[in-house]
Write a protein that binds this ligand. Structure first.
Ligand SMILES: NC(=O)c1ccc[n+]([C@@H]2O[C@H](COP(=O)([O-])OP(=O)(O)OC[C@H]3O[C@@H](n4cnc5c(N)ncnc54)[C@H](OP(=O)(O)O)[C@@H]3O)[C@@H](O)[C@H]2O)c1
Length: 359
């Protein structure tokens, strides 16, 4: 495979506020000859995740910040295009730490964790393995099952309800017999959350009366808050908690761009409600719960096969568009899981033909 060139985004500067041109640099670099124990993986789909923004900052996080000058960290789906490893034969479709690059050397020393081969044949279109059947779907399942302990009769509020995690969390909560109220940005997205995803109600966070909408949608208070956003929406939810409520602290996306720069976050104002309502709040990370992945994927795949789990993707074509596309997580200009299509598989898997429309 001599003379191959890799294109990669390297982190040049820690972003202040929104990601800006120059924070990441697109570079072209030669790919070294493969050695024994290495495989070359071509990135097909790059998963865009809110945590990408966290990894760029030097806040105290759950993983070290991406060092300046390094290839941006990222999860993706790839295909082995050359191999000197028995566990990753040429043609294998894999999920793992591709990084923000078109070609990745899979090597025990270089990888943060090994690539996982995808099932063959694929039970769902390829993008689902970074969405409903991948880390974001599993996050939604874990939050409902392990930390929310959602049961029949509970009122559950899910913020970022039309997104990758929230859409799955709300639908899994429905299967447990809960009343599920979403929070999403805009009337169209709210309609989608109710009509397509089957939530009982959805609050438009961009409407001036969103507090009244939330009050009206939760007349019996709130038993579980599946929190993806933080900030003033979370504060209003906290003010409506029932005694013994569970707050599943999955994410705080409203704060991620406030890391670095001159923006300052003042913190949750209504946190004292945890005392008044004897409520519990559990932060969790999907990466800590690999022992539950099989169970999560089995239930999510079952719901999918029965037509009881609806999921969407917004697919952006072109590797070079990844930094611009990341902004769509923060302005909400997308539905479901946000993915960048970098390349097509060499032999397209049968199920992948039915993927989402390009954005
Ligand atoms: N704990 C874990 O292991 C884990 C794993 C994966 C993800 N997460 C977290 O889960 C959350 C959702 O992640 P995702 O990948 O599924 O993203 P996503 O929900 O698909 O996309 C983010 C959505 O957040 C909403 N949003 C963005 N900025 C906001 C703001 N300032 N105020 C209110 N809403 C805002 C937007 O939706 P609307 O415009 O429709 O409101 C946007 O579409 C994130 O906080 C992420 O960090 C946690």
């Amino acid at each position: 495979m001599g003379n191959l060139v890799n294109r990669a985004f390297r982190l040049r500067r820690r972003p202040e506020g929104d990601l800006r041109p120059g924070d990441l640099e697109l570079v072209s670099e030669p790919v070294p000859e493969l050695r024994d124990g290495q495989a070359l993986v071509r990135t097909l789909l790059l998963s865009l995740d809110p945590t990408n923004r966290i990894w760029m900052s030097d806040m105290r996080g759950y993983m070290p910040a991406v060092p300046l000058g390094e290839v941006m960290r990222g999860l993706g789906i790839g295909q082995v295009v050359d191999s000197r490893r028995e566990d990753l034969p040429k043609g294998t479709l894999v999920m793992g730490w591709t990084g923000w690059q078109e070609l990745c050397l899979a090597d025990d020393a270089l990888l943060e964790s090994p690539f996982t081969p995808l099932p063959d044949p694929l039970p769902a279109p390829l993008p689902a393995f970074v969405g409903a059947l991948g880390h974001t779907g599993i996050t939604g399942w874990l939050g409902v099952e392990l930390f929310g302990r959602v049961g029949a009769g509970d009122t559950v509020v899910v913020s970022a309800a039309g997104g990758a995690v929230g859409s799955v969390a709300g639908q899994v909560a429905k299967t447990r017999g809960a009343r599920v109220v979403g929070v999403a940005g805009g009337a169209d997205k709210c309609r989608h959350v109710v009509e397509d995803l089957g939530f009982d109600a959805c609050v438009d966070r961009l409407a001036s009366d969103w507090r009244d909408q939330l009050d009206a949608a939760t007349p019996d208070g709130i038993d579980v808050d599946f929190e993806n956003v933080g900030g003033e929406i979370m504060d209003h939810v906290l003010m409506r908690l029932n005694v013994g409520a569970r707050i599943v602290l999955c994410g705080m996306i409203s704060q991620y761009n406030a890391m670095g720069g001159d923006r300052e976050w003042l913190g949750q104002q209504a946190i004292g409600q945890l005392i008044m309502q004897r409520a519990t709040m559990s932060g969790f990370l999907v990466l800590d719960h690999a022992d539950r992945f099989e169970e999560a994927i089995a239930e999510l795949a079952g719901l999918l096969a029965e037509g009881r789990l609806h999921y969407d993707e917004t697919i952006v074509d072109g590797f070079e568009r990844a930094p611009d596309a990341l902004a769509r997580l923060f302005d909400g200009d997308k539905v479901g899981k946000l993915v960048v299509r970098v390349a097509d598989p060499v032999t397209p898997p049968a199920a992948a033909a039915a993927g989402a429309a390009p954005a």
